[in-house]
Design a protein around this ligand. Sequence first.
Ligand SMILES: C[S@@+](CC[C@H](N)C(=O)[O-])C[C@H]1O[C@@H](n2cnc3c(N)ncnc32)[C@H](O)[C@@H]1O
Length: 677
Amino acid sequence: MNLEKILKNDERIWDEDILDYPQLFELARTYDKELLENLFNNKDSKEKFFIQVGDSHVFKYNEFRFYLEENQVNNSFTQYANKIGLASQGEHLSDSTDYVLDWPYKDCVLEGGMSSEEDMDTFIEKKVETTPGKIDKKTGTVISPEKTEVTFSQAKRKREEIFYNNIIADKEIDRLLDKKALKNFTRYTAKGEEKVKEIKRDEDGTIKENLLIKGNNLLALHSLKEQFTGKVKLIYIDPPYNTGGDGFAYNDRFNHSTWLTFMKNRLEISSELLRKDGVIFISCDDNEQAYLKVLMDQVFGRDNFISNFVVTSAPAGTQSSTNVAQQHAYCLAYRKSKSFESFRHKLSKEEINKKYRDGTDEYGPYLLERLWKRGIGGRKEDVPSLHFPVYFNPNNDEILLEEEVENKNNLIKIIPYQTEGVLGRWTWSKTKMIDEREKLLVKETSGEYKLYRKKYADEEIGRLPYSIINSDIGRTELGSLELKNLMGDKVFDYPKYSALIKYFLKTGSSKDDIVLDFFSGSATTAHAVIDLNKEDSGNRKFILIEQMNYIEDVGKPRIKKVLEELNVDDNFIYFELAEYNEEAKSKIDACKSYKELKKLFTELTEYYFLNYNVSVKQFNDQLLDDKDFQELPLEEQKTLFKALLDNNQLYIPHKEQEDGKYNLSKEDQELTNEFYG
Ligand SMILES: C[S@@+](CC[C@H](N)C(=O)[O-])C[C@H]1O[C@@H](n2cnc3c(N)ncnc32)[C@H](O)[C@@H]1O
């Protein structure tokens, strides 16, 4: 059986001609449909890896895995090769991909849709208070009867996140992640706002607009999936660090498992949006860095790790810490695949002046680079063809090769030495020396003549980005100062500094790329994109997602301000994932009896998987049919119903947007259709 042949068309498991075993194991482990079909459609592999049970066939995962383990040698299959190594359940530990980060609820989807800043959930509490009756002991007559008072009230508790299990709740998950209707489309320029008349696309049909999207990022990312899969060049995110009660204005209190599930869900979908040569940067700190690194290894692949940038965020150190004065945070970077190459950063004018200062001629300032090789590989016998003499005429500074010299009198012969007394070799060939003769220069130091090349400032290719990011762009306060200066007031806690994000944009994006940030906060990423576009005449586009209402008072106005202050002729489209809450509330208002109210609520519950919300489920199970509740005045019932809706972001599925009950405007429907292409 030739497994390579059977699987040859599955691009996902080939890295050029090399079979990507971890990927193949992973596909088999997750019973990937395409893989199983390929195996099933071949007679030999069907016989080997499937067992027939009644009319069905069952994939024998362990046998498939064992077969791979047994036959894998130097990345080719031979029937006879065996390996010795630690094994577990028939699997060699050295090859196992099973060293994975595991945590409770890993196989779940976490909507993580906090709509209130306090992250609190409303529930309805029924209280029954009984006051014992009084009886006259002497006469045995009842003075006052036993009294029972029933009250219903809204109460708050910390939101219990709902983990939708991948298997148990697959229908709910499908529905949760279905693309959503979009509404309130508005185009903003530095000058003001206007209606969105069209959504611009490039010649390949890719949407080329700056987008600011309000809504839960998991659902928004899934809504973007169809249009942006494989289109995004760079993702920058700054998720909640999971610091545990540090007074952040946004939700930052995920516990560890929850945080990991929350991140895994979002990283997986966002990795699909990245281009093959794309890259993702994630700000974090020691609270989760180590776990995030392992999670990223799993989602993006260990080989795709680029760097764990150290960001000097508090150069003076935080003396309020317990053991160590923390001075840094991190930014983890992973590429989508080997196709990514980080860009070199241009040097500033001052850096260029400092570097190119050995001289200036008609081609500009230059530095001198020696032309003889030092160190390893620098001896004559290492490359004999590069050991030859060069002749220098000190009267006219001419530099000639042996073949060009007629009379060696008065010429100085220069030969390369690796080190003193050890014959060496040049780094340039004779032809290169002839072709680029104007760059050659001989310098005399203490009677010794040496050959150099002039390297001109305009040959500067920049430098690779440093992994330690200095406080001049990393310092946390700079972000706050920048935002305060721009907006005239403190409007957001701990925004990043746009120059820091620019550093990452310079490392991983070029002029026409799409940049995504799905933890937008104060929209610093948009600021950085606009700024860098201005600097290098680029046309990068940003896509930003933020769920909180402060998108209105912080994100949106900030981007407008930046366009205005930088005098940039660009614009962005704002829209929201269309919520159903408001409509649902007016429907509640319209109910004329408890019967109608109950019917509507049951409908909402079934329709919008509200029943997965702990409070709503409890309400459904315990209160909806409660006699006492039914006896409450209608208005009170309505208030309690609405309170429950408050903390559930119900989004309208795109495929149902035309349904009159949602009240979605024709214009929004049309733009949503246009957006989804
Ligand atoms: C650390 S802040 C980002 C700050 C940002 N880098 C800046 O410079 O302003 C994280 C942001 O992600 C948002 N966020 C958290 N969970 C989210 C979710 N599930 N959907 C959308 N946004 C979310 C928070 O509301 C918060 O504004």
